[in-house]
Write a protein that binds this ligand. Structure first.
Ligand SMILES: *[C@@H]1O[C@H](CO)[C@@H](O)[C@H](O)[C@H]1NC(C)=O
Ligand SMILES: *[C@@H]1O[C@H](CO)[C@@H](O)[C@H](O)[C@H]1NC(C)=O
Ligand SMILES: *[C@@H]1O[C@H](CO)[C@@H](O)[C@H](O)[C@H]1NC(C)=O
Length: 433
């Protein structure tokens, strides 16, 4: 490392400290135990259950600022969204997490070097109440220039506000630049209820080493905090996430398009067996209401997320939703599938060209059935009891969850429906004899 780089680092450290005293933050003493955790993690420790917070018994529901607002957020937007979740009635339906997307909390360590010797690493808990770190880092002069604070009242005050509405506050943390992530939630950050721990700028350590450190820190925080692992699915977190998190991303980032949505749905389905109460596969947040898909496509999006037991985190502007968007995300019957106590993720039961049949068991011997047309033209789709684990001679009653009606016809052996292009039918099937 050259001298210039070292002095840059020193400068960065100092700037960071100045910034931290001017904004809202807590400095956490560098703790030896944390350091030991980072360096000498035994692989087998990962297999034990580190996370026992009792959360995520059903998939989390709420809102996250990222899909609609990117980094253009401030405490006013967050408070207004909390208000809107209540006034629209969405909070009553279960949408109770108010999650601030990227751009908020960073857990960083900053090291001072002398010559090539490491003198000291400071470990900070930074409740970063400003814009994206990445943006700051890209400043042309290479300086860290904190923008005017967008969260002047601080996270604790925001948490208090959100709690006063009967809601919960979620924040976001990044693995953080080149620095080794140090993880300890200090008292100033208590009041949060949900942490999304992302994968940006890792220090190169394996996620199975990195994530347990955060899990332990959360367990030590003295507060049940939902731990959302966001590893983008690179290292198949479904295979190792359940002792560490309440949900884990199985996919790369979603965008507001049919292609992206359906790709994430496909990728997430592969790991269906790994979802269960306490730990869910996460195909990323909802785009419903952001304008990039048709109404039918958004219905497909919401339906697949619901039957996949995915977190239902709205990603639109709750303060300004259309009636159409509200109809989709406030469909109680579809939400009920997502929140069903049985907690089993639906899977693809049959695929033929553009036709897909997804099904999954629900409580009370019921079955959720999705008939999906991914093609460009209207198609007739038949689901057979054989494929969806209903005993062959069962007589079945079908409830259409988007039409909100129970079909008068009873079904034996199969059910057929006509489905428009990029659309779906979603049923709950109940054997009646
Ligand atoms: C959205 O995602 C799809 C599928 O991954 C990709 O092809 C497309 O380029 C993305 N669009 C944008 C605007 O990022
Ligand atoms: C509200 O949403 C509509 C589209 O549904 C958009 O045209 C309008 O600009 C939005 N208003 C605000 C204040 O964001
Ligand atoms: C569907 O089941 C009915 C009996 O309920 C049967 O008459 C019909 O042939 C079946 N359809 C197909 C395509 O197998």
């Amino acid at each position: 490392m050259g001298r210039g780089e070292k002095s840059e680092m020193l400068k960065m450290s100092i700037l960071m400290m100045i910034m931290m005293s001017s904004v809202l933050m807590t400095i956490v003493d560098s703790s030896r135990s944390v350091q030991r955790d980072v360096d000498s993690e035994e692989p087998e420790i990962v297999r034990r259950h580190l996370l026992a917070n009792g959360l995520g018994v059903t998939p989390p529901m709420g809102w996250n600022s990222w899909n609609h607002f990117s980094c253009n957020i401030n405490e006013k937007v967050i408070k207004e969204t909390a208000d809107a979740l209540v006034t629209t009635g969405l909070s009553k339906l279960g949408y109770n997490y108010v999650n601030i997307g990227k751009c908020l909390l960073y857990l960083l360590s900053s090291c001072i070097y002398s010559s090539s010797y490491l003198i000291k690493c400071f470990k900070f808990l930074v409740c970063f109440s400003d814009d994206c770190w990445a943006e700051l880092a890209r400043d042309q002069k290479g300086n860290l220039v904190p923008k005017k604070s967008t969260f002047p009242s601080g996270i604790k005050a925001l948490a208090d506000y959100v709690h006063s509405k009967g809601l919960k506050l979620g924040i976001y943390s990044d693995a953080g630049m080149r620095h080794k992530v140090v993880t300890m939630l200090g008292s100033k950050c208590q009041g949060i209820d949900y942490l999304k721990y992302d994968n940006c700028n890792t220090d190169g350590s394996r996620p199975t080493i990195r994530y347990p450190v955060m899990t332990r820190a959360l367990m030590k925080s003295g507060r049940p905090i939902f731990h959302s692992l966001c590893e983008w699915g690179d290292m198949h977190p479904a295979l190792w996430g359940s002792p560490l998190g309440n949900s884990w991303r199985t996919t790369s980032d979603i965008n507001d398009s049919w292609l992206s949505m359906i790709a994430n749905a496909d990728m997430n389905e592969i790991y269906a067996e790994h979802a269960r109460p306490g730990g869910w596969n996460d195909p990323d947040m909802l785009e419903v209401g952001n304008g990039g898909m048709t109404k039918d496509e958004y219905i497909v999006h919401f339906s697949i997320w619901a039957i996949s037991k995915a977190p239902l985190l709205l990603g639109c502007d709750i303060r300004n939703m259309t009636k159409e968007t509200m109809e989709i995300v406030a469909n109680k019957e579809v939400i009920a599938i997502n929140q069903d106590s049985h907690g089993v993720q639906a899977k693809k039961a049959r695929m033929e060209g553009d036709i897909q049949i997804w099904a999954g068991p629900l409580s009370g011997y019921r079955v959720a059935l999705l008939l999906l047309n991914r093609g460009p033209t209207r198609l007739s789709i038949t689901a057979f009891w054989d494929d969806i684990e209903i005993p062959p001679n069962s007589i079945v009653e079908a409830r259409d969850l988007w039409e909100h009606k129970t079909l008068t016809q009873k079904f034996v052996g199969n059910l057929t429906a006509t489905v428009d292009s990029h659309a779906c039918k979603l049923y709950v099937l109940k054997p009646v004899a």
